[in-house]
Design a binder for this molecule. Structure first.
Ligand SMILES: Cc1cc2nc3c(=O)[nH]c(=O)nc-3n(C[C@H](O)[C@H](O)[C@H](O)COP(=O)(O)OP(=O)(O)OC[C@H]3O[C@@H](n4cnc5c(N)ncnc54)[C@H](O)[C@@H]3O)c2cc1C
Length: 266
């Protein structure tokens, strides 16, 4: 049994978000971090590894400097990492991204007992589409928003957190689960891990590695294979000054409800 985790390196959007004059994100001037939900997915994988003794493999699609992030993951306890990188993969939207990552996972090998973990959402693209799309393309079941994961043989019991409660779902491996921050608190790298991670296996999957996979085709990857195109991006305009309503009676409350209704807020 092994756990395959998808991890994205993202710009740290909690700090200053730099936007270029043409409106595109100035990624080069922003610090990169491991996508927060993906750290929860890694922690879930490592917790299962501690309990069951399985192998944990992390996959990322990104430019070559993403190797640094993969070494960090190995210093935390991940056994192997896969860097999916090629010029042909650049400009991919979520459809193309999931196509490529699914091909990489399939090429690595997905067996009956295996689990694929992803974050719920990446803080830069923010779509929460890639995990479910990978599951579709691998033809495996998926459970999103996992707040707790228990494993008994090939059966996983997942607490799926919803806005107003939770549901408990049982699913058989192989399956894909998307993870949220309520799941756990990610661990730190260990001192020994930071020494050992440089000698650990980091596989590169480039265009040549994946080009013969049925999911990889000029019409399904990269900018040309992306059904969506970013037409324009811009910084949202600053909100105007706040509006003060006088009084604390029923009439003022009615006025507030009417304003919020007109703006389709309620
Ligand atoms: C036309 C177009 C062009 C684009 N061009 C570029 C570009 O040139 N460069 C660029 O960086 N982005 C580009 N993007 C953005 C790109 O689509 C997203 O970065 C990517 O598809 C992931 O979507 P997301 O960030 O919404 O992830 P989500 O769907 O929110 O992510 C969910 C989870 O999926 C996994 N995941 C997502 N992406 C990756 C990844 N790359 N590797 C490993 N795991 C992952 C993670 O576990 C993550 O938590 C482009 C988008 C469009 C529409």
């Amino acid at each position: 049994m092994k756990i395959l985790v998808t991890v994205k390196q993202v710009p740290d959007t909690s700090g200053k978000v730099a936007v270029k004059e043409d409106g595109t994100l100035d990624r080069a001037s922003m610090q990169t971090i491991i996508n927060p939900d993906d750290l929860n997915a890694i922690e879930a994988a490592l917790t299962l590894k501690d309990r069951l003794g399985c192998k944990v493999v992390a996959f990322t699609m990104g430019p070559p400097p993403a190797e640094g992030m993969l070494r960090e993951l190995m210093a935390m306890g991940v056994d192997e990492t896969v860097l999916i990188t090629a010029r042909e993969f650049g400009g991919s939207d979520t459809y193309a991204t999931s196509q490529i990552i699914a091909a990489a996972i399939d090429t690595y090998g997905l067996e009956e007992e295996d689990i694929v973990l992803a974050g719920r959402q990446a803080i830069d693209g923010d779509t929460a589409q890639v995990g479910p799309q990978i599951a579709e393309k691998l033809h495996i079941p998926q459970v999103t928003y996992a707040g707790d994961i228990e494993k008994d043989g090939r059966t996983l019991t997942i607490k799926r957190i919803l806005e107003d409660g939770y549901m408990t779902i049982k699913v058989k491996t192989p399956c894909l689960i998307t993870c949220i921050k309520e799941l756990n608190t990610p661990r730190y790298m260990t001192v020994l891990g930071t020494e050992e991670c440089f000698d650990m296996p980091l596989h590169i999957m480039d265009y040549n590695t994946l080009k013969d996979h049925p999911l990889i085709d000029a019409t399904t990857i990269g900018l040309k294979g992306s059904p969506t195109n970013i037409y324009k991006s811009f910084t949202p305009p600053q909100k105007g000054a706040g509006m003060m309503l006088e009084g604390s009676g029923k009439e003022t409350a009615k006025q507030l409800v009417s304003i919020l209704t007109d703006k389709h807020i309620i």
